[in-house]
Design a protein around this ligand. Structure first.
Ligand code: DC
Length: 218
């Protein structure tokens, strides 16, 4: 499991590991982008006119999140398609707001468990090692300097050009993610810390895959 703040490079590492673990273990591995589920709930709420504070309706939406089995990205909430909007800056804001609600977290965690029951997964999020999959084979906490993270997110976010603005938005979201009462983003003693600032995924991805494979032996 890969946890850590926005823009640390979690998605890139997940894709790298899925491919490498597939080759090295001969088994099928799938990515699971847990942030996309919170984004999907926020987008669906927006499209359906559900207030971002309506715990009951948001929890219903969270229980209906659908993932693409290949990419592990949430693409719909029930019948409502959300995939076209989940990478927008607004979705980033909405997701971190719905993510503070414990009932929403419980409901999406069930969706994550259902996905993981079908296949081997390499998941990324904020609380996967600490809360959702406490028995995970390997827990990595990925981080990078605030500027490096803002640069990555600017490249990933549709229509974004202002790095300073993205850096400020990330800092605000980090604060909310790390200080919420339920399942805050945190690195515990059983995590391996990897700093990706100025490093390409090839420089640390092989080492992470080797650690995971070593642990499969025990
Ligand atoms: O990784 P991301 O930027 O797509 O995540 C969107 C939001 O979802 C982020 O602000 C925090 C929240 N999140 C969470 O609380 N727990 C997770 N396991 C994954 C994401």
């Amino acid at each position: 499991m890969i946890d850590g703040p926005a823009g640390a490079g979690k998605g890139t590492l997940v894709r790298y590991l899925v491919k490498l673990l597939g080759e090295r273990t001969g088994a099928a591995w799938r990515p699971l982008d847990t942030g996309s589920a919170y984004r999907a709930v926020g987008v669906a709420a927006h499209l359906l006119g559900t207030p971002m504070t309506d715990v009951v309706d948001l929890t219903y939406l969270a229980a209906a999140v659908q993932f693409d089995p290949e990419t592990g990205v949430a693409y719909a909430v029930g019948e409502t398609a959300v995939g076209h909007l989940i990478r927008s800056p607004e979705a980033s804001e909405w997701s971190s707001k719905v993510a503070v609600i414990p009932q929403v977290r419980l409901a999406v965690n069930k969706r994550f468990h259902a996905f993981a029951a079908e296949t081997n997964i390499v998941g990324d999020g904020r609380d996967l090692g600490s809360v959702v999959f406490p028995d995970a084979l390997l827990k990595v906490y990925l981080t990078a300097s605030p500027r490096a993270r803002a640069e990555r997110r600017t490249a990933e976010t549709e229509g974004a050009t202002d790095i300073a603005q993205i850096e400020a938005a990330i800092a605000e979201r980090d604060y909310r993610d790390a200080h919420r009462a339920d399942a805050p983003m945190t690195m515990q003693a059983d995590y391996v810390l990897v700093d990706t600032t100025g490093r390409a995924v090839q420089e640390y991805g092989d080492e992470v895959a080797t650690m995971a494979i070593e642990r499969m032996k025990y």
